[in-house]
Design a protein around this ligand. Structure first.
Ligand code: NDP
Length: 681
């Protein structure tokens, strides 16, 4: 049987014919692929990203790139079974592969959706509001985030060949950065399969994604300060790459996610009779064995009260004994193999280090993996180490055995538990299992200084908990210190990491022109046509209406109280209102809001299809009986999400700046209203 040679995707061409490094199946050590021997011309790759990738990505705006991400996600989802077939060779069970494959595709969907909700239909992201910098309103300042014009190099570990690439690719793609992906060699065949699919989809702009199989050669030496490098893998490699002279000289942003001795703490309030005790056992066992313990978030240290250690040890042993290890094609199998025999050797050596001075509670007995060829596969027994004095043992806090291996250790009081957790020198995630909000309030702020994410588990959260081990697109992933000090995911933050933030100063009109967002004090356009009668395509930022006036009467307040049922003393009790900070009865804030709508709407049917909310509402000056109010409505921001309704009619989002003022021109209420507006075309 001929063994396929993997190929790199460089400058739009698949490259590689000659076999180089052999890659083996984790299940039976059979030869399955070779990397290619041909050298990659990294000058060509970088030039292609800069000259072809950047312009192609910049020809689209944030919204259009979000749409492409969604289309790619849908394309991959349709072909996911092909990826599962390849993923099997990494030793993963179907649930393990689900996390990698569908977790990765799900991350593309999540970024498509967050991008569509939160990013503009341009390439300038305004991080307002603008702040006045002078007394006369002529000078203001604000922040914008713009594409950097460079490329992103994403270097990944072997454990998540699909998710690892896609979770980094999605935010950098939204940020208009062409990406060069470099998977870990051991499982690069699965990354190659997913990149091949993306390439075949034809959905990516030219140059947006390149793939390196094998070494990165002199790639990092060719980067400039407008590029970025992200890395997931061992702390040693992170330290080496971080110190690359060119990266330092050119101030190339370098983000690392490295080794992490994550922990789970069982709080002292939980007893074996509580459901929380079982939740703790389940979570620890799941995190030890999921993906054969090869997760950057896996629980490596199990921190429990000293009077509970025997009960916890016993329960964990019972659970681990039920885990059938072997070829996932066998229906009884719950845990697959490590990714390679190299990893098997590495984990074996590290378990020996952990065992010194400690006891192996589970995993040093006879172990047989089930299934065809399993005797030659990279299977490893779940292994539980017991450390009776974690405060004096260094190895249990320093040595990460990247497999189904954890150490159980004890504490005397909760502050000692925190001290043990801190000995990990910075981790990605910790779990606290407690019934007590007071304990959570004490533990979490201290744990948060040491961990990128803190997961609190009790019976209430268990119903929906996504678990200790799952990094979510909406939440930050990455931890301080040993964990690399980087940040990934976390919603739109991740896109911002790949953009350049600049402060901009100038007149409000200039800031409005630059940001694409009306800034108060900027010139407005008042025409004969009411802004609500203009279609999305006709509306211009700054189109404005200053309404007629309305004097607020006591009858207004009484009627509004009657309709709303709001008889608060400030509006209805002359005596109490006199004693209040305003010294008199005032109108309901919501009356002012409603009256303003009455002043600015154009009631007949028209292109404004819906009002779906308001942002930034502030009541600034009270409105008293006899005060006269008016409103200014200004088109603040237009976002074209390229959407059509069920009849095929196009529509866009328009945010309107609303200022309600009184007879002294004082601002009484200020807010943005959000509408959907029909397109003419
Ligand atoms: P490595 O640090 O060895 O490799 C990570 C990535 O860096 C791989 O793509 C690797 O490529 C690449 N790489 C290595 N050296 C260089 C270099 N000089 N220049 C450019 N790229 C380089 O980690 P592994 O994936 O092999 O995993 C080893 C250990 O890392 C695990 O046992 C575990 O302890 C830890 N790890 C931590 C994770 C986390 O998220 N916290 C995740 C996974 C692993 P190549 O494979 O071609 O060498």
């Amino acid at each position: 049987m001929t063994v396929a040679t993997l190929q790199s995707l460089i400058a739009g061409r698949w490259l590689g014919r000659e076999a180089h490094t052999p890659l083996h199946s984790a299940l039976d050590s059979n030869l399955i692929y070779h990397t290619h021997a041909e050298k990659i011309d990294f000058d060509e790759a970088v030039t292609y990203a800069r000259k072809t990738g950047v312009p192609a990505l910049m020809a689209l705006d944030f919204q259009q790139r979000a749409q492409r991400l969604k289309a790619i996600a849908a394309y991959l989802m349709e072909r996911k079974e092909e990826l599962y077939t390849v993923s099997h060779l990494t030793g993963a069970t179907r649930p393990d592969s689900w996390v990698d494959i569908e977790g990765g595709i799900g991350t593309l969907y999540a970024y498509a959706s967050m991008g569509s909700r939160e990013l503009p239909s341009s390439n300038v992201l305004h991080e307002g509001p603008a702040i006045a910098l002078g007394k006369r309103g002529g000078f203001a300042g604000t922040h914008i985030l713009v594409p950097r014009g460079g490329l992103a190099v994403h270097i990944n570990a072997f454990n998540f060949p699909v998710w690892g690439l896609l979770e980094k690719f999605a935010p950098s793609f939204l940020a208009a950065m062409p990406c060069i992906g470099k998977p870990a060699t051991a499982t690069s065949y699965l990354t190659e399969a997913v990149v091949r699919m993306i390439d075949e989809s034809g959905l990516l702009p030219h140059g947006a994604l390149q793939l390196v199989i094998g070494s990165t050669g002199d790639l990092l030496d060719r980067l400039s300060g407008f590029d970025a490098v992200t890395f997931t893998g061992s702390a040693d490699t992170a330290a080496k790459l971080r110190a690359n002279v060119n990266l330092i000289r050119a101030s190339v942003p370098f983000t690392a996610e490295a080794d992490s001795l994550n922990c789970a703490i069982l709080a002292p309030d939980v007893t074996p009779d509580d459901p929380e005790f079982d939740l703790f056992i389940k979570e620890v066992a799941r995190e030890m064995t999921g993906k054969s313990g090869q997760k950057c978030t896996a629980i490596r240290r199990i921190i429990v009260p000293d009077n509970q250690v025997d009960a916890v040890g016993q329960k964990l042993k019972e659970r681990l004994a039920k885990v059938v290890v072997g070829n996932p094609q066998e229906s009884s199998v719950r845990m697959g193999a490590l990714a390679s025999m190299d990893q098997h050797r590495d984990v074996t050596e590290r378990v020996q280090l952990l065992a010194r001075g400690n006891e192996i509670l589970f995993g040093d007995g006879e172990f047989t993996a089930v299934g065809a060829g399993a005797a030659n596969g990279a299977f490893f027994s779940p292994t539980l180490v017991l450390c009776r004095d974690g405060m004096v043992n260094d190895a249990v806090h320093d040595v990460e055995a990247f497999g189904p291996v954890s150490t159980l250790m004890t504490y005397r009081d909760i502050d000692e538990a925190l001290a043990l957790a801190a000995r990990g020198k910075g981790s990605l995630v910790s779990t606290l299992v407690t019934k007590s909000p007071d304990i959570a309030a004490h533990v979490v702020p201290a744990a948060a200084a040491q961990h990128g994410r803190v997961h609190i588990l009790d019976r209430e959260a268990a119903v929906d908990s996504t678990g200790h081990g799952a990094p979510l697109p909406q939440l930050k992933h990455g931890g301080p210190g040993r964990a690399g000090g980087g940040e990934e995911l976390g919603g739109i933050r991740a896109v911002k990491h790949f953009l350049q933030r600049a402060a901009v100063q100038g007149s409000p009109s200039m800031l409005a022109a630059v940001t694409g967002e009306y800034v108060r004090g900027a010139a407005v356009t008042e025409g004969v046509v009411h802004p609500f009668r203009k279609y999305f395509d006709e509306l211009q930022m700054g189109d404005s209406l200053l309404t007629h006036r309305r004097t607020v009467s006591e009858a207004d307040i009484v009627n509004f109280g009657g309709i709303s049922g709001d008889y608060f003393y400030m509006h209805f009790d002359e005596i109490a209102a006199k004693d209040s900070q305003f010294g008199k009865r005032i109108a309901h804030g919501y009356f002012v809001l409603s009256a303003a709508a009455g002043l600015f709407v154009s009631p007949a049917p028209g292109p404004v299809l819906a009002n779906y909310g308001l942002d930034n509402l502030r009541f600034i000056t009270p409105v008293a009986i006899g005060d006269t109010i008016r409103a200014r409505l200004t088109c603040k921001r237009k976002v074209d999400r390229n959407r059509v309704d069920e009849k095929g009619v196009g529509q866009g989002v328009v945010a309107w700046d609303v200022q309600v003022t009184n007879q002294h021109d004082e601002l009484v209420a200020s807010y943005d209203i959000l509408t959907l507006v029909q397109k003419r075309t």
